[in-house]
Design a protein around this ligand. Structure first.
Ligand SMILES: C[S@@+](CC[C@H](N)C(=O)[O-])C[C@H]1O[C@@H](n2cnc3c(N)ncnc32)[C@H](O)[C@@H]1O
Length: 227
């Protein structure tokens, strides 16, 4: 089946919407410096014009292959699947593309999860937590103004692995992350280091927004309990 890389001539003209063919995605992700980051459970990627996820979906596939290899037990592999997923961030302007992006990320996570774990090993909480991470990390908005279509700040979560099986989630505005105003200081270096397509700097004035969640096990992320 041939790949659909444009939806309409108007969309190409208005928003530059041309999706990247799989062959090109593979070629780019096979570059040694990208490969090294894919083979890491913590290196983050941000795609500020994510479309339907041509890059992010393939990055997820590859990161999950690595998470499987890097895990020594079933329990560790379940946590590492969520850790790997939590490193992928996207921003997309068009609502219909965001819907597809979220669906594509969920499908790849679920399909890979079902192949990796047998029915006795599967834990529905992992799939629910994966959905929470994907909803949080795939943002609708304008990567240049750093605002959503309602005018609110784009917000991203930092997912910090603590100890063997816990995670600390903290929310920051994308504007604060881009300016390096986050308290932890761990989001910005990753963002600078690894974004595939960095948005150009702008003069957006925005207060840092921080929301702290309770320290929980990776599998309990879906409960979303704030402090
Ligand atoms: C050339 S397409 C690439 C999509 C995807 N990265 C891929 O490789 O298939 C550009 C995408 O950026 C989105 N876009 C355009 N302007 C944007 C902006 N200011 N902020 C966020 N997304 C934007 C478009 O809706 C479109 O989906």
């Amino acid at each position: 089946m041939s790949e659909k890389i444009i939806k309409s001539a108007d969309r190409v003209k208005d928003i530059g919407e041309v999706f990247t063919p799989k062959k090109t995605v593979d070629f780019m992700l096979d570059q040694p410096e990208i490969k090294a980051k894919v083979n890491s459970l913590t290196a983050t990627f941000l795609e500020p014009s994510a479309g339907e996820g041509a890059f992010l979906v393939e990055l997820l596939r590859r990161k999950l292959v690595y998470a499987k290899k890097a895990s020594k037990s079933i329990a560790e592999m379940q946590n590492n699947f969520l850790l790997a997923l939590s490193t992928l961030y996207g921003i997309e302007l068009m609502e219909d593309n965001v819907e597809m992006l979220v669906m594509n990320m969920n499908n790849v996570f679920r399909d890979t999860y079902f192949k990796a774990f047998n029915p006795k090993e599967r834990n529905n909480k992992i799939l629910k937590s994966a959905q929470t991470i994907i909803s949080a990390n795939m943002a609708q908005g304008d990567a240049l103004t750093k605002k959503t279509s309602t005018g609110a700040d784009i917000v991203f979560s930092e997912w910090k692995s603590i100890g063997k099986d816990k995670v600390q989630r903290t929310e920051y505005s994308f504007a604060a992350i881009a300016k390096g105003e986050t308290a932890s200081g761990t989001v910005r270096p990753h963002y600078e280091q690894l974004s595939l397509l960095e948005p150009s700097p702008d003069q957006t004035e925005s207060k840092p927004l921080e929301k702290h969640y309770k320290l929980v096990k990776w599998e309990d992320i879906y409960k979303q309990i704030t402090e």
